[in-house]
Design a protein around this ligand. Structure first.
Ligand SMILES: Cc1ncc(COP(=O)(O)O)c(C=O)c1O
Length: 460
């Protein structure tokens, strides 16, 4: 147990032996700098550390500092770091065969388990496998177009589905500014982001105006050829935004009215992240298709889609070599995903996500009353969002400098969390223990108390 000088509570898991970034980290980062193109993830640039190894929810840098990792590779590290079953299967499978799209026993077993786990609506469905999230979403759109013989797609403000050309126009943020022109026939409508309701209303007295608005907007803006509506069950990149449970079923109904496919992008929410196996299970909405990734391979890059059997046969998507890719479902990827999802089931990581998530949420909720700049705390399972604001009335976002202070002060105390923007995302590995999670909350609380003592910073 260590007690950092600056903190009140002793630490059991986070251990800082030299202020980060330490000398070895700095040396490696400097070595890489001339060759690494700009644009890597903001939290890694800000931290300036080089990683060495990890165990479960603890990540260690090359200077021996140990951090509680609430980033988890942005929801990728479902099994945490250094999972022995993953290491074993990767080694064993790499020695046998890694490459190619011939059927392999791991792939056959994986597909059977995957389809067996699929949410209601996708019983007896089929899956196709890829290696990137955006690639899987693009394939889902190709399949929706093949099936409906229509071409337009509806997505949501605040939504994120990757960075490739076919999904860029679906992003509901300024991320796409400067990257046009985009594919035509893409329409964006408001998501039920109730803390920042675009209509400045409150649920349920709003009567779900955003849904009525979406219906009207599609009617007036589209060419009457909507092939798909795609939505995240909980918006991850936008700040772990949880819609009311009646939102997605109402959107699904619009898809039905339009004879369009309803795609739930479960890239982040899938495999237990939100305390249920699938994000759609919170509202009971039945998708026609889901896209999956991140936790699917627990770090091995494997993604995919699961679609209703009657949709999967649609051509040209279903023609030989049309839905495939170079790396999709190769024997190594399949073996990794088999361990990843098998462990989620065997070790009841969905239950752990629910239980530990509840404990974290209960510990974080009081921060709204304690600090003038914590506007909201919300969460489902290990998918928790905090709003950092300058003013609770106007909800004006906390300035970037203050958010970066929260991130860097956390790092100094052994906490890695996506606190560098005003919509804080907390998403640790699903294996995190309650004791680890609560220690992480303690550190975050200390950091926020530190910020509270600097009104010039948080009011700026
Ligand atoms: C919901 C969602 N869909 C798709 C993607 C794209 O995944 P990838 O970065 O693997 O292309 C992401 C990435 O964060 C995501 O959050």
């Amino acid at each position: 147990m260590t007690t950092p000088a600056s903190s009140a509570k002793p630490r059991t898991f986070a251990k800082i032996v030299t202020p980060p970034p330490g000398p070895r980290s700095r040396e490696i980062v400097e070595r890489e700098k001339p060759f690494m193109a700009p644009g890597t993830q903001a939290f890694s640039q800000l931290a300036g550390i080089a990683v060495e190894k990890g165990k479960g929810a603890v990540l260690e840098d090359v200077d021996g500092n140990q951090y509680l990792d609430l980033v988890a590779g942005i929801c990728v590290a479902s099994l945490g770091h250094g999972h022995p079953a993953m290491a074993k299967v990767l080694g064993e499978q790499a020695e046998k065969v890694m490459i190619g799209s011939f059927t392999s026993a791991p792939r056959a077993r994986l597909l059977e388990s995957l389809v067996g786990l699929a949410p209601a609506g996708l019983e007896g469905s089929r899956a196709q496998l890829y290696s990137g999230g955006a690639e899987a979403v693009e394939s889902a759109l190709r399949l929706a177009r093949s099936h409906t013989r229509k071409y337009e797609v509806v997505s949501f403000w605040g939504g994120f589905h990757g960075k490739t050309g076919g999904v860029l126009p679906l992003l509901g943020s300024d991320f796409k500014h400067g990257l046009g022109p985009f594919q035509t026939g893409m329409h964006l409508v408001p998501y039920a982001d109730c803390y920042r309701c675009p209509f400045k209303l409150e649920h349920p007295s709003c009567g779900n105006l955003c849904v009525d608005f979406a219906r009207e907007a599609i009617k007036r803006q589209s060419a009457g050829s909507v092939a798909a509506i795609i939505a995240e069950p909980i918006q991850g990149t936008n700040g772990n935004v949880i819609p009311p449970d009646d939102f997605l079923p109402a959107i699904r109904e619009i898809a039905r009215e339009l004879d369009a496919v309803f795609i739930a992008d479960e890239m982040i929410t899938g495999f237990g992240r939100s305390g249920k196996m699938w994000g759609v299970q919170h509202s009971g909405v039945k998708p026609d298709m889901i896209t999956i990734g991140k936790a699917f391979g627990a770090g091995y890059p494997i993604t995919g889609l699961v679609a209703k059997n009657e949709i999967c046969g649609a051509k040209p998507w279903a023609n030989p070599s049309f839905s495939s890719s170079s790396y999709g479902g190769n024997p190594l990827a399949a073996a990794a995903a088999e361990v990843a999802i098998g462990t989620v089931v065997k070790d009841d990581l969905v239950g752990n996500s629910h239980r530990v998530g509840e404990a974290m949420l209960a510990a974080l909720k009081p921060l709204v009353d304690r600090f003038p700049f914590v506007g909201d705390v919300r969460g489902r399972g290990l998918m928790i969002g905090l709003e950092l604001v300058k003013d609770k009335q106007t909800k004006a976002p906390l300035a970037k400098k203050a958010c970066e202070f929260v991130y860097l002060e956390g790092l100094r105390r052994g906490l890695l969390a996506m606190t560098y923007t005003n919509r804080v995302r907390i998403n640790p590995p699903l294996v995190i223990t309650e004791a680890q999670a609560l220690e992480a909350v303690d550190i975050l609380t200390e950091v926020l108390a530190e910020l509270d003592r600097k009104p010039d910073l948080w009011k700026a």
